[in-house]
Write a protein that binds this ligand. Sequence first.
Ligand SMILES: *Cc1c(COP(=O)(O)O)cnc(C)c1O
Length: 376
Amino acid sequence: MSHTVALGEPTVGPEELAAVQRVFDSGWLSGAGPTCREFEGRFAEAVGTAHALATSNCGSALHLGLEVLGVKPGDEVIVGDYTFPATGHSVMWTGARPVFADIRPDIWSADPASVEASITERTVGIIAVDVFGQPADYDELRAIADKHGLFLMEDAACSAGASYKGRPAGSLADVATFSFHGRKGITAGEGGALVTDREDLATHARKLHTYGIAPALSREGSSSLPIPSFDEAGYNYRLSDISAGIMMAQLDRLPGLVARRGQIAAAYEERLLHVEGVTAPVALEDRVHPWQSYVVTLDEGIDRGVVATHLRQNGVQCNFGTYASHVQPVYQFDRSLPVSADLFMRHLAVPMHANLSDADVDRVVEVLTEAVAVAR
Ligand SMILES: *Cc1c(COP(=O)(O)O)cnc(C)c1O
């Protein structure tokens, strides 16, 4: 019996270990230090924004983004429905209300028509989610945001290495947020980043991410004894310099990881054409999909639970796709969003990571073909 094919797997090795050693040698392990600063410079360059702030995770970056954009209790923020609920939660943390928009049936990001129909007098902004990394419809969303005087945020948690009409993910909205969790396309185990072109937002977010004062690094080398004063109750949302070191090695790997995952996606697509009952995901021509996950859609009438059990019993890991937010009890959301609700029940994530071999892909498709046959 061959090995289990993992659903997702980080690609890490001697380069990351050497980066950690360098941080140890530097003597600065805590967050917002010299290694974070270096990583932030490189990350901003990679995503094409003027500023980047390394954060403890994507949820904290989303929260900071909403706070610096001025979201307050009573406001409404429109959120693409199909996402890990960090997106909706971050709106709740500000005291505002997430209003979920239904999604496009092909690429699963917010349907611009549903976004526009969700606008009320209380709406202050839109968070578009790049589902599994593929960028949402930023031209259309920007037009809607501008027409109604709203901010636009990009939940780019899965989007490292993606692009939209030649522009990198992260540069597509007023503020974008990334995740470096172990299940994302590049990782330090945990971590995140907020990126923006706006200096005022970046400066305010930097202050809020370190309890409401300028980071200690900015006081280093001063011959006097500057004593910061607190005028805002900020948070500790820092990334450690150890993690920032790992992220620099991951950034070096990013083009290779995206290229390999693209090859795997192409191999899956070709093979899945011959598997009845299973539809491959769509990657639009005008964007680069970084394939954080590979999620197929099962035909109606196929029992997903039976498919999953068969896959797992035969050494192939799988999962559902991501969440329909509007059905989560925490949000008490009272409208139905049929496209998102339907795909939440029919999606199946199959193994996708750069460490898969071509033989692994063949095996996944073979076992999936059998699984669907038993589940009809
Ligand atoms: C993973 C994910 C998050 C949360 O990221 P953390 O770093 O775990 O906070 C937010 N949004 C989306 C779309 C995600 O996939």
